[in-house]
Design a binder for this molecule. Structure first.
Ligand code: AMP
Length: 474
């Protein structure tokens, strides 16, 4: 649950990165940071909070140079502190290095313990720092070789940007779990940008070139751009399905598929699998909107905006503290009485995690006068934690891991509850886009759906109290 953005070869690298991060704000609201290189040294600024609050004009002006990387963060591993804000920047024997990471390394604890035993000192609790140590300790000479050497040790999900004095190195893990794409700044043939999602390119007028391939390394330096492969890595696509369900912005195109169209198709599929007799369909804004449109259209029911979202609060779930999250539902949503009064209402949301949000929303809709409230979810029950960079709680806290659909319906006080099946979700995603990620892997391959199925692509021994630090409440 982070966003990364990078620029190579533009005198306004810091300003462009600032705008790129702004467009990726939905991927993390805890901290923001930019590191630039002026060709000789790196300049860094990181702060807690939203992009627009983290940077003042004077601070951006000090971030000089033609290469930049930036990051918006919500912590999945490592606590909520400025020292964990990214990009991380260090000086080591061979020069300066900065790195930012979207994803989660599943063997970071083991490598960290090993490095600490050898005398390494860590300044943050973020798993990304092990990469910096591994790059610094590598015996290779060229930066891309040092990075490849370091990556041969780590497992997990990573979309990474490395910055040195004179280069930008971009890496996507061999399973392509987290998204990453390449663009070109307007009017140039060699000033490249990279971003977690292409919606960041639209804001700066950059042209979308392509997705960075799973297992690909792009090296951008004075010699131009080279594409290399992670040596020895078994490339097998497992793009995160939850990016389509909830996380990515609907105006992004991931793996050749429009996120908006996928969500609409999920809604249509949900209507086929779990129709409801109702007077009106309303979305939980914003993530439920395209699916609600698809659902309403498929059943020829009126679609209405029955819940109004305040745009001046962030995604409530992203707030680190339990108390703030609960308060947040009311801060964020308010019902429209005239739409709901005396109606049989279908409420469409993308997922149920703990069930606390749904419970409040159902109550809110009923209190506004709805006669019946039917909750429909445009994905399967979320039963398993994500260890690849999406912030989900431990298994125990996921309501669907220990409760049936009927029990959850009772808990959230809905008159009925319907989820989309795993097969229905996979079919809906496959139906969108001709050249999408996963097409080369018939039979459901190509996507990671571990949060719904428990089928983790990377086998490892989870120690959730460390990996899901924040949400376990340790
Ligand atoms: P809960 O109250 O825990 O059931 O939260 C469910 C709500 O959180 C749904 O409305 C989703 O849109 C949203 N959601 C689901 N997964 C995540 C996530 N990983 N990060 C932030 N929000 C999420």
């Amino acid at each position: 649950m982070c966003g990364v953005f990078g620029v190579f070869g533009n005198g306004e690298a810091a300003n462009i990165t600032y705008l790129g991060l702004h467009a990726l704000q939905h991927r993390g609201q805890e901290s923001a940071g930019i590191v630039t290189s002026d060709g000789e040294q790196l300049h860094a600024h990181r702060a807690m909070g939203l992009v627009q609050d983290a940077f003042k004009q004077e601070q951006l002006a000090e971030l000089t140079g033609r290469i930049a990387i930036g990051h918006v963060r919500y912590s999945t591993a490592g606590g909520s502190h400025l020292r964990n804000a990214q990009p991380l920047a260090v000086d080591y024997a061979k020069g300066s290095l900065a790195v930012c990471h979207n994803g989660n390394l599943t063997n970071a604890d083991e490598i960290r313990a090993e490095l600490e035993a050898k005398g390494s000192i860590f300044s943050s609790t973020a798993d990304t720092e092990v990469l910096v140590h591994l790059v610094a300790r590598s015996k290779e000479i060229a930066i891309e070789d040092r990075i490849m050497d370091a990556l041969s040790r780590v497992e997990g999900a990573y979309s990474l940007l490395f910055l040195t004095e004179d280069s930008l190195v971009v890496v996507r893990d061999p399973m392509g779990i987290r998204p990453l794409c390449l663009g070109l700044l307007p009017g140039t043939r060699d000033a490249h940008v990279v971003a977690s999602e292409p919606c960041a390119f639209d804001l700066i007028g950059a042209e979308f070139v392509r997705d960075v391939e799973p297992g690909e390394i792009l090296v951008l330096d004075a010699a131009g751009m080279r594409s290399l492969r992670l040596p020895g890595a078994r490339v097998e696509r497992h793009a995160c399905i939850f990016e389509y369900v909830y996380f990515a912005r609907p105006d992004s195109q991931l793996g050749g598929r429009s996120v908006y169209e996928v969500r609409k198709e999920l809604g249509r599929a949900l209507a086929r699998e779990a129709p409801a007799e109702a007077d009106v369909v309303i979305p939980v804004p914003d993530s439920g909107v395209p699916s609600a449109i698809g659902y309403a259209k498929a059943l020829a029911l009126p679609f209405e905006v029955g819940l109004i979202r305040s745009h001046y609060v962030g995604r409530t779930f992203i707030e680190p503290q339990q108390s703030i999250r609960h308060f947040g539902v009311k801060l964020k949503l308010n019902p429209v009485g005239s739409i709901l009064k005396n109606k049989r209402v279908v409420v469409i949301d993308d997922s149920i995690v703990r069930g606390t949000t749904s419970r409040k929303i159902v109550k809110m809709v009923r209190d506004a006068g709805a006669r019946e409230v039917h909750l429909r979810i445009s994905s399967p029950p979320t039963e398993w934690p994500c260890y690849y960079g999406i912030d989900t709680p431990t298994r125990r806290e996921l309501i669907a891991s220990s409760h049936t659909s009927d029990e959850i319906a009772r808990y959230v006080t809905a008159d009925s509850l319907g989820y989309l099946s795993l097969e229905g979700m996979m079919r809906a995603v496959a139906a969108c886009g001709e050249r999408g990620e996963g097409d080369a892997h018939p039979g459901g391959g190509g996507f990671c759906h571990a949060c719904f199925s428990g089928a983790y692509a990377i086998p490892f021994q989870p120690s959730p109290s460390k990996r899901q630090l924040k949400l376990v409440g340790v």
